[in-house]
Design a protein around this ligand. Structure first.
Ligand code: ATR
Length: 279
């Protein structure tokens, strides 16, 4: 196998990467493939639909697949099946990325990196007062990332016990979802609940009147890209980070782990938007 820091020699035999999911979506394939094309890399990305994760990872080792993304419901189970865990992945307790170095699999979590990088494009996080909505899997990675960057974090969730448990783990304040009424008093508001997803229903987790013009609002929901929350935040004059930005940056970090070179962000972003654009 090639090491993540070296350019593979041109052999005419492509290096294989991909994803392991229960329902393959194709967004990763679009972004990674666009990245390979932009840099002229002999890589191929295949989204695999798998029902037995352990068997699939044995296949990754056996076939010399360089790296795979792992999505729900496999992100926690996968931590038990790799040979090593990146320290942040260990803390979060979930991985979305597996890198294969000569048969030795290392698990990473690039979700937190995607979220903090997307936010850091518009604001500094050290000392920022952040209200994070949600305490599920996605919120968990983001909460760890925000605390890693030194944000002063409040976690609000419909299930208060879950908010308090996650808050206790990362050193944050756990409150009920009612806190959304005071959303505008925070520097940064992040929606990591599933409210607003197109296959749930069009809704915003925060009343428009509670959003302030001088804050940053990030929605991790990317389908639709213009969620009710994103539209409301724009109308209020807030700086908006849509869910596609987190998706892009988490994929870009995967790309760098697999290919050992900086990801061509613009090409990957264009491919992502082509996929997310309404038909
Ligand atoms: P993911 O992996 O996308 O984070 P998840 O782990 O199922 O998915 O978490 C979903 C999050 O959205 C949870 O915080 C959930 O709140 P509960 O912990 O109280 O269930 C939140 N959520 C889902 N539907 C919601 C709704 N209608 N209103 C408020 N929060 C909701």
């Amino acid at each position: 196998m090639t090491s993540p820091t070296s350019q593979p020699p041109r052999t005419g035999v492509p290096t294989l990467c991909g994803s392991l999911s229960l329902h393959a979506v194709g967004l990763g394939a679009a972004m990674h493939t666009a990245g390979y094309r932009a840099l002229g890399l002999e890589f191929v990305y295949v989204p695999f639909t798998v029902t037995k994760l352990a068997h699939a990872l044995t296949g990754v080792r056996a076939l010399g697949i360089r790296g795979v993304g792992v999505s729900m419901p496999y992100k926690i189970e996968a931590t038990e099946l790799v040979d090593a865990l990146d320290p942040m992945a260990r803390r979060i307790g979930a991985i979305n990325t597996v890198v294969n170095d000569g048969g030795r699999l290392t698990g990473y979590n690039t979700d937190w990196i995607g979220a903090v990088t997307a936010l850091e494009e518009v604001t500094a996080l050290g000392g920022a007062r952040v209200l994070l909505l949600g305490a599920g899997g996605a919120a968990r990675a983001i909460a760890h990332g925000l605390r890693e960057r030194g944000a002063e974090l409040t976690i609000a969730n419909r299930d208060l016990a879950k908010a308090r448990a996650l808050a206790g783990e990362v050193g944050a304040r756990g409150v009920w979802l009612d806190e959304t009424k005071r959303a505008g008093s925070y520097d940064v508001l992040v929606n990591a609940t599933s409210v607003g997803m197109s296959d749930v229903k069009a809704a915003s987790p925060v009343a428009e009147s509670a959003i302030a013009a001088d804050q940053v609002v990030m929605d991790i929901v990317y389908k639709p890209i213009e969620t009710e929350l994103v539209q409301a935040a724009r109308r209020r004059g807030a700086r908006v980070v849509h869910g596609g930005r987190m998706l892009l940056h988490q994929a870009a970090h995967q790309f760098e782990l697999y290919c050992g070179q900086p990801a061509p962000l613009e090409a990957m972003d264009a491919a992502l938007h082509a996929q997310l654009a309404p038909a």
